[in-house]
Ligand binder design. Structure first.
Ligand code: GDD
Ligand code: MN
Length: 370
C-alpha cells in the first residue's frame, strides 16, 4: 500500500462522465479496482441528471465505498463541461478521464500512473485508439472510423497537434498542469483533449499509450453528427486565438446558412410560384428566421434544446429579437453611411452589430444561458 500524502488525499482521481449509463456503473468500478488494486485513488462520476437509474447506481456505490463519489449537474448537458467540472472537483494531483461504457481500457491506468510516478515533468498521457490499416477496430462502425480519421487529421493539421489521437476521451493529466489553462477550455463540445492540448501551446510533455477501443457493452453512444459541428467550432475558436466561442461560431455558421435559405425561398415563391416580390421577400425572411432558430436549437444550443411549448415560446422570442436586431443593423449602418459615407463599412458594421445583437439577446432570452 502506498503511503498517503500529508492530507490523506488520493493520488489519482478517475473522472467518469456519465449520461444514462446505469448498466455500466458497478462494472466499471470493479474493473478499475481490479487493475489499480490498493493504489491510492478515488472515482468521481460526473452525471448530468440521467433518468435511467444511473444516479441510484452511483449512490449505492457511494454508500458502500469511501473512494467513490458523484458530482451531479442539473439543467446542464455536455461531455467537455462535465470533464472540466470533474477535474476541478478532484482532490488529487493526477486525473484520469475515461468513458463509463467500458470502451476504454482501464488496464492502462496502472501503466499511466507509473509513468507519471517516474517522470515529474510529464503533463499528459493520451490513450490512443489503434487504427491499424485495413483492420476494422471493433468499437467503431466503418462510417465512424472514416469520420474519426478525418476529424483527427483536420485537428492535427489546423491546430498543429502532434499526438496520434487528439479525439481520445481517455487520458491522464496532472491537475497542476491543467489549472493554468482551465478557464480557456470550452464547456460546449465533446473534445476536451484536443482543446487542452491546443491550449497548452506546445509547452506540455505528452506521451501516448495505445489501447484497443472496445465495443460498447450496454447503453447507447451520445455521439452524433452534431459533434462534428462542435469540433469545427472548437478548431475555429482556437484559430481566432480564443476570441470567438464555439457557440458564437456555430451561431455565425447558422446565420450564414440563413442567407441561402432566404434566397432559395424567394426563388421558389417569386420565380416559381409567381407571388409578388415584396410578399415573397417578407415571407422568406420569416422562413430564414425559422430555419435559423431550428438549426441553432439543434446545433448551437444542443445542450439546452427547446421542445414542445418551449419551442414555440423560443421561436417567438427569436422572431422578436431578430426583428429588433434588424432595426439596430439599419440604424448603425445609416449612421455610419451618413457620417463616414463608406457603404461597405456601413453595411459590414450593420451586419456585425445585428449578428452580435441576435447572439447576445437570444442566448439570454431564448436559450437562457445566463
Ligand atoms: N455527464 C455527461 N454529460 N456525460 C456524458 C455526456 C453528457 O452530456 N455525453 C456523453 N457522456 C458520457 C457517456 O455516458 C460516456 O460515459 C462518455 O461520456 C462517452 O460518451 P459516449 O456516448 O460513449 O461517446 P463515444 O463512445 O461515442 O465517444 C467517446 O470515446 C471516443 C474515443 O475515445 C468520447 O470520449 C469521444 O470523445 C472519444 O473520441
Ligand atoms: Mn463510448
Amino acid at each position: 500500500m502506498q503511503v498517503k500524502n500529508r492530507f490523506n488525499l488520493p493520488k489519482l482521481t478517475v473522472v467518469i462522465p456519465t449520461f444514462n449509463e446505469a448498466g455500466n456503473i458497478s462494472i466499471i468500478v470493479e474493473k478499475i479496482e481490479a487493475t489499480l488494486l490498493s493504489k491510492d485513488f478515488e472515482v468521481l462520476f460526473v452525471d448530468d441528471n440521467s433518468d435511467d437509474g444511473t444516479i441510484d447506481a452511483i449512490k449505492m456505490l457511494e454508500s458502500k465505498k469511501s473512494n467513490v463519489s458523484m458530482l451531479l449537474r442539473v439543467g446542464r448537458r455536455g461531455l467537455a463541461g462535465a470533464c472540466i467540472e470533474g477535474i476541478l472537483a478532484s482532490k488529487s494531483d493526477l486525473i484520469a478521464v475515461m468513458d463509463c461504457d467500458l470502451q476504454h481500457d482501464e488496464k492502462k491506468l496502472s501503466e499511466m500512473l507509473s509513468r507519471f510516478n517516474s517522470n515529474p515533468n510529464l503533463d499528459l498521457i493520451v490513450g490512443s485508439r489503434h487504427f491499424d490499416e485495413g483492420k476494422v477496430t471493433t468499437g467503431l462502425s466503418t462510417i465512424r472510423q472514416i469520420g474519426s480519421r478525418l476529424a483527427i487529421w483536420s485537428t492535427q493539421k489546423s491546430l498543429g497537434i502532434k499526438v496520434k489521437d487528439p479525439m481520445s476521451g481517455f487520458f491522464m493529466v496532472r491537475k497542476s498542469s491543467v489549472m493554468p489553462i482551465i478557464s480557456n477550455l470550452q464547456h460546449n463540445g465533446f473534445k476536451i483533449l484536443a482543446d487542452m492540448i491546443a491550449s497548452s501551446k506546445g509547452k506540455w510533455e505528452i506521451q501516448e499509450i495505445d489501447y484497443e477501443f472496445k465495443s460498447r457493452q450496454s447503453g447507447k453512444s451520445k455521439m452524433d453528427f452534431r459533434v462534428a459541428f462542435e469540433l469545427l467550432g472548437l478548431i475555429l475558436s482556437h484559430l481566432s486565438f480564443g476570441l470567438l466561442s464555439i457557440r458564437f461560431i456555430l451561431f455565425g455558421i447558422v446565420g450564414f446558412s440563413g442567407i441561402f435559405v432566404q434566397l432559395l425561398s424567394t426563388f421558389v415563391l417569386y420565380s416559381i410560384l409567381d407571388f409578388p416580390f415584396l410578399q415573397s421577400h417578407i415571407a422568406s425572411i420569416g422562413i430564414a428566421m425559422t430555419s435559423n432558430f431550428s438549426l441553432n436549437n439543434l446545433l448551437t444550443y444542443k445542450d439546452r434544446s427547446l421542445s414542445g411549448k418551449n419551442y414555440l415560446k423560443g421561436l417567438l422570442s427569436f422572431y422578436l429579437i431578430c426583428s429588433a436586431g434588424a432595426l439596430a443593423n439599419v440604424a448603425i449602418a445609416d449612421f455610419i453611411f451618413e457620417n463616414i459615407g463608406l457603404w461597405v463599412l456601413a453595411s459590414v458594421a450593420g451586419s456585425l452589430l445585428g449578428a452580435i445583437w441576435n447572439f447576445v439577446f437570444s442566448s439570454i432570452f431564448t436559450w437562457k444561458t445566463r
